[in-house]
Design a protein around this ligand. Sequence first.
Ligand code: AMP
Ligand code: MG
Length: 266
Amino acid sequence: MPKTHQLEPGRQIRLADCPTTAGTFHDNRKQAEKDFAKLRKKIALLQHRLYSEGKQSLLVVLQAMDAGGKDGTIRRVFEGVNPQGTRVTSFKVPSKEELAHDYLWRIHKAAPQRGMIGVFNRSHYEDVLVVRVEKIVPEAIWRRRYDEINTFEKHLSDNSTRILKFYLHISKSEQRERFQDRLDDPTKNWKFSLDDLEKRKLWNEYQAAYEDALNRCTTEWAPWFAIPADQKWYRNLAIARVLHATLVEMDPQFPASEDLESVVID
Ligand code: AMP
Ligand code: MG
């Protein structure tokens, strides 16, 4: 059974038709916050098992337009999990060394080892998003990347990594409000960059690139979720629900203890 907001392989979506608000999915913020707090605790307990088991890993990919809530999601959803069992990687403009390799090199290096939850703040999808819209490589090169990405993700999945990909879907007007907030609030100024406004001008091009990435890279082994993200309280709950359900499915077990009955501590 697909989870709420989960895309299905072969079924094309149009982002313009995907909701950015909680709408009919949820109308009670207080209840949502309570449910979220409970889920977060359950996620932390399951992560503890995952870490102790050391046999499988979970990769969470976060993508969004600027101010879409990637940082806030990481801060809130993973609050309370054991830092030792989690690794967050933020992918920026590739370094000289990274550019000297194929685009998946830096991604593969950051893939979570068994027992870990890996969180990607941006990811290999930038290589079919910003790279496509800004025409950083020719079309013939980015076009073939969708298949390459699917193959790469299959490889991870075949090697004990569960993959969940979240696109935080915000409206253009919500982005305006969040940018304005970053301008007005001195503690948020650092998050604002003039480059963000250049990207905003290319909103439609970015939406089209996202649409292709979601449609072409939704697979059985690495599904995309289009999360309504205008309201942070709903975004957090929706993501926590998927994480929790996935960890329950993964069913990590504490390792069976060896025969400890005869052990004596002097
Ligand atoms: P931020 O997430 O705000 O720190 O910004 C990181 C910046 O790095 C964004 O503008 C991304 O579009 C950019 N970026 C990430 N990956 C790539 C990539 N593979 N090629 C070009 N730019 C990238
Ligand atoms: Mg930014």
